[in-house]
Each structure stands twice: as C-alpha cells, then as structure tokens.
Design a protein around this ligand. Structure first.
Ligand code: C2E
Ligand code: CA
Ligand code: CA
Ligand code: CA
Length: 277
C-alpha cells in the first residue's frame, strides 16, 4: 500500500513532460516563424448557394516549417494564443489578406470579400479598431471587402465593450461574422445585440446533415434564426453533394467546404479565379 500510494502524488507524468517539451519547442520555432516568414495564407472560396458563384474567400493560416514540415493550425494557434504571439501574427494575417485582396481587385478580377479569423485576445486589444482602420488605409482596400470572423467565446467577457468595438468596425464598413456558431457559450440575449452580418454554423452540425436527423433539425433552426435576425447564414465543412443540396433546399445563403475547394495557396486560388472568368 505504501508503494502504490507514492504514485498518487505523481501529477507530472513522463507523457506530460514530452508534451510540455514539444509545446516549448513549437513556441520557440513559432517566434522564429514570424520573423522568417514561414507563415502563409491559404484561401478557401465561399460560394453563393443560389448562383454557385464565388462570393468571397476565407484566409486560413498555414505554417510550413523547413524541417518539421506542415504544422496544423489546430496545434499552433492555441500556442500562439497562450503566448500572446497571436496578436503579432493576427496583425500580419489581416495585412496580408487585405494586400492580397487589393492585388486581385487591381488585376481586374470581380471584387470579392476576404474573411479573416480574429482571435479573442487580438479582438480585445485596445487599439484593434485603429489597427484595422490603418491596415485598410495602407492597403487601399475598401472596407466592404474585408470580413472579420470572431467566435462567440471571444465575446462573452466585457460584452458592452465588445459591442462597442463591433459597432465601430461596422460603422467603418467592415463585415463581421460569428464563427463556429452553436459550439460556444452563446446567449440569445447577447446575440440579438451583436451588430453582425453573418453567422457561420459550425461544421460539426453541417456534417452528415443529409442523413443525421439531429443535425438536420439544428441546421434548419439556425437558418430560421439567422433569417429572422436579418443576417446571412454560412455553412462550413460542406464535403459532398447531398449536404450541399440539403443546405440549398433550406435556403442557407453561402457554403464553404471541400466539395467546392480545399483552401489553396494564393497562386492556385488566383488560377481558379482566372479559370472561372
Ligand atoms: P475555422 O475558422 O473554423 O476554419 C475552418 C476549418 O475547416 C479550416 O481548418 C478549414 O481548412 C477546414 N475545412 C474547410 N472545409 C472543410 C471541409 O469540407 N471538411 C473539413 N473536415 N474541414 C474543412 P484549418 O485551416 O486547419 O484551421 C483550423 C482553425 O484554426 C480555424 O477554424 C481557425 O479557428 C484557426 N485559424 C486558422 N487560421 C487562423 C488565423 O489566421 N487566425 C486565427 N486566430 N485563427 C486561425
Ligand atoms: Ca473561420
Ligand atoms: Ca468555423
Ligand atoms: Ca472551427
């Protein structure tokens, strides 16, 4: 009994040690990645459900490390958030997405809206609105071609401040959407006060919507909610035709997913735009 009792105090297991080491190692590399420009943006089209035309694209961060190779955002975004690096990285993301979008408009492609993921910490920065304003000025992108995707969870603290920030962005002409809708601590009383343009329903509800009765019920309810609130509804994670047909029948406004295209590097996205003209 004496012996087994010893292990009860071992809160720190060798496995945790390995995870901690990997975490630290990634953190060091991530700092360098920002300086060495190892981060890239990929773009995934958002498609108008009715016309089938590309309405915009979501910019998604990619980290391609020279030795470690491709590192998933699911792995490095949480580290970037914990360390605060997400503020610097997030600023780069907005600037890069706006510059790229401006270039495409200058090339003569029909103007599209680029949407960018904004993490809670970044959104809470006191100068966030001014940062967005100055990036739009520097890049010369019309604010109506930028959309910010923010999760419900990043907005539940300091709700009044957050609403004020959203109002200022909206007055500037920037679009705002709630990302991963349905997975966070959403409260309808807040939701109706958020000055937003779109809800993005999380892919966990979209998946198997054509066969899963519960998901179908949830998606139908959220489409109704969005339309009654006068905001558009975007479904992400659309992987097959059956899912697309279901969303079309339910009058979901926009769809995004592998069924249409995977996220693509800027050059490939541009080729797709050129081919579609
Ligand atoms: P998210 O914002 O919900 O982005 C959608 C994720 O779904 C992306 O994963 C996208 O590649 C993936 N996806 C798109 N279509 C499909 C599909 O049909 N099926 C499946 N299974 N997946 C699909 P990704 O690119 O790995 O990004 C993961 C998350 O990392 C994002 O989720 C977002 O929360 C975060 N993230 C990515 N880029 C940024 C960024 O620039 N800033 C911040 N703060 N977070 C970012
Ligand atoms: Ca997103
Ligand atoms: Ca999402
Ligand atoms: Ca997500």
């Amino acid at each position: 009994a004496k012996n087994s009792g010893r292990n009860a105090y071992r809160l720190y297991t060798p496995k945790m040690n390995v995870e901690y080491d990997e975490h630290l190692r990634l953190e060091v590399h991530l700092r360098r990645a920002v300086e060495k420009r190892e981060l890239q943006l990929y773009y995934q089209p958002r498609v108008d459900t009715k016309s089938g035309q590309i309405k915009g694209m979501e910019a998604l961060l990619r980290w391609i490390h020279p030795e470690m190779g491709f590192i998933s955002p699911a792995k490095f975004i949480p580290i970037a958030e914990e360390t605060g690096l997400i503020v610097t990285i997030g600023e780069w993301v907005i600037r890069e997405a706006c510059e790229q979008n401006r270039r495409w408009i200058d090339c003569g492609f029909p103007p599209l809206r680029v949407s960018v993921n904004v993490s809670g910490l970044q959104f809470q920065q006191a100068n966030f609105v001014e940062l967005v304003r100055s990036i739009l000025e520097e890049t010369g992108l019309d604010p109506c071609y930028l959309e910010l995707e923010i999760t419900e969870n990043s907005m539940i603290n300091d709700v009044e401040d957050n609403i004020a920030t959203l109002m200022r962005l909206r007055e500037m002409g920037v679009y705002i959407s709630i990302d991963d809708f349905g997975t966070g601590y959403s409260s309808f009383s807040y939701l109706k006060r958020f000055p937003i343009h779109a809800l993005k329903i999380d892919q966990s509800f979209v998946r198997d919507v054509a066969t899963d009765k519960n998901n179908a019920a949830i998606v139908k309810a959220i489409v109704q909610l969005a339309h009654h609130m006068n905001v558009s509804l975007v479904a992400e994670g659309v992987e097959d035709e059956a899912t697309f047909r279901f969303l079309q029948a339910e009058r979901c406004d926009e769809v995004q997913g592998y069924f249409f295209s995977r996220p693509l590097p800027a050059e490939e996205f541009e080729r797709m735009l050129a081919a579609g003209e």
